[in-house]
Design a protein around this ligand. Structure first.
Ligand code: SAH
Length: 249
């Protein structure tokens, strides 16, 4: 099959690496699994040797879908022609284990969509471009803060480009998102807007972006930059700002 660059089709072909990733995904009896971008099914086939309840495959490319339908006959597998950037994960169940070797051009958008559906996703294991993976884990970026409000993020391992076909220009990294116990009840779109606004011109002092009363209430140095505030603090700021807004109404 001719691989499509614009869909980020770099297949992971090293059997040893696929085995290691499968162990980390650790499929178990009763699990409802979701794989994003199964491609030709290299990782999928490894997963199939484990016990689990169901495996949903989300793939955007009709050619890949056709080949998956021909090659995978396991009754536990459901194949969806779908775009993982906007897919409603909660339509598949409320306790999903999501994983995938993500298409790198839209990997950040898929991670963002995962957060929007965090209510049904206690765990996700993603392979993405190494720098993107590291930045989600450590920041500074609005997406990192967004993810870390809901998930603990671990960087599991780096994967050199020689293990892929065709070989990508960049190294890859595997991360695991584990949902936190305590989840804030907030409007996710509004919280995303709040974070993107704070992180735009992130080197500017925070006093240019937040009302003085909010900074005072939390004893935040008005000259500090957004990148010095951890996700817990940002959530606190968001909640206080909501309160201040509410009081003014
Ligand atoms: N998991 C496979 C292939 C990874 S390549 C492997 O490791 O070998 C990325 C895959 O994601 C490709 O099959 C590509 O067609 C698919 N893809 C690209 N954009 C997508 C999207 N928005 N939603 C779902 N799948 C997508």
């Amino acid at each position: 099959m001719k691989l499509k660059k614009h869909l980020g089709q770099h297949l992971l072909v090293a059997s040893g690496v696929l085995d290691r990733i499968t162990q980390l995904i650790d499929p178990k009896d009763g699990d409802i699994l979701v794989e994003i971008g199964p491609g030709t099914g290299n990782l999928t086939k490894k997963i199939l040797t484990y016990p689990f309840k169901a495996l949903h495959l989300l793939e955007i490319d009709p050619d890949m879908i056709r080949s998956l339908k021909e090659n995978i006959k396991d009754p536990r597998v459901v194949i969806h022609e779908a775009d993982a950037v906007s897919f409603d994960f909660c339509s598949l169940g409320e306790n999903l284990k999501v994983f995938g070797n993500l298409p790198y051009n839209v990997a950040s958008l898929i991670v963002e969509n995962t957060v929007f559906y965090h209510r049904c996703i206690p765990q996700a294991i993603y392979m993405l471009q190494k720098e993107v993976a590291e930045k989600i884990q450590k920041g500074p970026s609005w997406l990192s803060a967004f993810v870390r409000t809901f998930y603990k993020v671990e960087y599991l391992m780096s994967i050199p480009s020689r293990f892929f076909y065709p070989k990508p220009k960049v190294q890859s990294g595997l991360i695991r998102l584990t949902r936190k116990e305590e989840l804030p009840e907030i409007d996710l779109k509004d919280y995303k807007n709040f974070l993107t606004r704070l992180y735009s011109m992130r080197r500017k002092a925070i006093k240019h972006k937040l009302p003085e009363e909010v900074l005072l209430e939390l004893s935040i140095d008005p000259m500090c930059r957004v990148e010095s505030l951890d996700p817990e603090k940002l959530l606190l700021i968001y909640n206080i700002q909501q309160k201040v807004r509410g009081d003014k109404r």
